[in-house]
Ligand binder design. Structure first.
Ligand code: GTP
Length: 197
């Protein structure tokens, strides 16, 4: 979405809640446009804090072909990017399509990296390897990314662990409290690493 705001951010909600990655653009030949970026960067970082999620931001100095009229040095751009923890690129939209394309590809890569990072907070699974001493209150394990959701209301001596990666998957046997009390009662066999829905 192109915000198309002329001087300052307007109705930010319409893109803040919608976007996964932000490109903040100024013209290297226009100091005012560079100064206007501060407001956008502030708003995006406030938004990220509010939702406790890091949205990648790329700061983009456009009109590199206007070098002779440059009002914003590359180090100005780098300092601003460093302040807000974002990446800086300088491009010429009218002369160099590939550099613009590269920035968009980078934006998508950054977004994927962020999503993968947030996936490292993995959902829980159950194992009987180290039984707990007390009953655990059944809790729905709801993953933000829909990876796992289950309740453990028949399992009293189970242990809760993070799901290992599929490469580490192996068979484990989980017994219900009823099964443990009866020697030949059926047990439930799970493949470690598989999600339980
Ligand atoms: N020299 C030069 N001019 C450019 C470049 N990119 C855009 N322009 C010119 O800058 C002006 C503004 O471009 P827009 O794409 O409309 O910029 P914008 O900020 O999205 O403008 P709005 O959509 O009206 O908010 C136009 O006259 C473009 O031709 C560039 O890389 N070099």
């Amino acid at each position: 979405m192109d915000t198309a705001d002329q001087d300052a951010p307007l109705n930010c909600e319409r893109y803040l809640h919608w976007a996964n990655v932000f490109l903040v653009v100024y013209s290297i030949d226009n100091k005012k446009s560079f100064e206007g970026c501060h407001q956008y960067l502030d708003i995006i970082s406030l938004h990220s804090k509010g939702v406790q999620h890091n949205y990648p931001v790329l700061l983009l100095g456009n009109k590199l072909d206007m070098e002779q009229y440059r009002q914003v040095t590359k180090s100005d751009g780098q300092a601003l990017a460093a302040k807000y923890g974002c990446l800086l690129y300088e491009v010429s939209a009218c002369l160099d399509f590939e550099s613009v394309q590269h920035v968009f590809h980078e934006a998508v890569r950054e977004m994927r990296r962020e999503m993968e990072k947030s996936l490292t907070v993995r959902p829980l699974f159950i194992t009987e390897e180290r039984p707990c001493l007390h009953m655990v209150t059944p809790t729905p394990v709801a993953s933000k990314h829909g990876l796992a959701s289950c309740t453990f209301n028949t399992l009293s001596t189970v242990n809760y662990k993070e799901i290992p990666s599929v490469a580490q998957a192996k068979l484990v046997t989980v017994k219900s409290s009823r099964a443990q009390s009866k020697r030949k009662a059926p047990t439930l066999t799970l493949l470690k690493g598989f999600k339980i829905f």
